[in-house]
Design a protein around this ligand. Structure first.
Ligand code: ZN
Length: 105
């Protein structure tokens, strides 16, 4: 790849980084859960569990344990987009740094 091509890719990555918007780490998990009523069928039959309920799964930085935060269904799509943005950001930043090193910027 020649230098002008590299410079072009570099500036495109820079622009897309600005356009990415909000980002989120973690992943979204769907769960079916039993309810609080002890006489409900969900406690006897696993196929009758309630849900789906959505959670943002985050790994604790220190304990490395997974933590789950409940999210309402209407926020799922927004968070999925933010996770996608973050993944693209990580990929782009890698490419940008590599280009920076090669171009000695
Ligand atoms: Zn139930």
């Amino acid at each position: 790849m020649d230098v002008s091509k590299k410079l072009l890719i570099y500036s495109e990555l820079k622009v897309s980084k600005v356009k990415l918007g909000d980002m989120t780490v973690g992943s979204i998990q769907k769960k079916y859960l039993p309810c609080g009523k002890s006489n409900c069928i969900c406690h006897k039959d696993k196929r009758k569990l309630h849900g789906p309920y959505y959670f943002l799964a985050l790994q604790d930085k220190y304990s490395k344990k997974m933590k789950f935060f409940y999210i309402s269904q209407k926020k799922v799509q927004k968070l999925q987009q933010r996770i996608k943005n973050y993944k693209k950001f990580k990929k782009d930043i890698y490419k940008m740094v590599k280009l920076e090193m090669e171009l000695k910027k």
